[in-house]
Design a protein around this ligand. Structure first.
Ligand code: C5P
Length: 237
């Protein structure tokens, strides 16, 4: 089901519209329309502009609502039910919320909303994960969280570019039933990593088996967002 959805998008670029004000969100959404197949909004935009921005953008293009839900199953079920009515194409929950929580989200999503499980934030590195008490490598942690989330009914995963190959090798390619892989932490070689730790460039990430590349500041903080998005798309063709 998700494979067909991704194929409909005119580009594998998903622009992250992380602005607290509606005019900036609308401006970058319009500027990147020819280049970005999906619009991502998350906490900054939803809390800054109000949840009705989800419906406004969904009327224009497929929306990835990066809600990053992580609560008891009943709360997540309620939130996903409300979100489904707003019309986004994708919603995220944290895989670390556990089997019952991801299952509650997947059951509440219905046919038109795809649940993606966030494995390990791209802003965390091995040292921080060790501080937090995770044993083993980051890659092992990502694969373990992914396994559980997929068992619970998630249709796709959010991971860093550095784990795409491992997830493809563990779960298989899309055309043989593998999960949708949505990947932030993309950095052109000429752009700083900002607060991201596990990064790679767009071409290498797509070649490793990613389906959608979530890119924010290298487009939105560029002096010319439309050209930045066009250049990224060109790199992928
Ligand atoms: O500006 P930048 O390209 O770093 O934006 C990446 C986007 O992807 C942000 O909106 C961030 O919230 C989101 N994201 C992430 N890491 C995850 C999941 C989502 O960076 N694991």
């Amino acid at each position: 089901m998700c494979g067909a959805e991704v194929m409909q998008f005119h580009s594998p670029l998903c622009v992250a519209l992380d602005f607290p004000d509606a005019p900036s969100v609308r401006r970058i959404a319009a500027a990147t329309a020819p280049y970005a197949g999906v619009l991502r909004i998350g906490l900054t935009t939803v809390y800054g502009t109000g949840a009705r921005m989800v419906g406004e953008l969904s009327a224009q293009r497929p929306v990835f609502l990066d809600a990053k839900l992580h609560d008891i199953p009943a709360q997540v079920e309620g939130a996903v039910t409300a979100i489904a009515a707003m019309g986004p194409r994708f919603v995220t929950v944290h895989a670390a919320g556990g089997y019952d929580m991801v299952k509650a989200a997947s059951s509440a999503a219905g046919a038109s909303l795809t649940v993606l499980a966030v494995t390990v934030l791209t802003s965390l590195d091995d040292a921080e994960l060790e501080h937090l008490g995770f044993a083993g490598s980051t890659e092992d942690t990502v694969v373990r969280l992914a396994e559980r989330a997929l068992e619970a009914g998630a249709s796709g995963l959010v991971c860093s570019p550095l784990e795409v190959a491992a997830l493809r090798s563990r779960f298989g390619p899309r055309d043989r039933g593998g999960p949708l892989l949505v990947v932030p932490g993309i950095r052109p070689r000429t752009w700083s990593s900002d607060d991201q730790k596990r990064t790679l460039d767009a071409r290498a990430t797509l070649d490793a088996g990613a389906d959608l590349l979530v890119i924010g500041r290298p487009i939105t903080a560029s002096p010319d967002p439309a050209t930045a998005a066009a250049d990224l798309l060109e790199e992928l063709s």
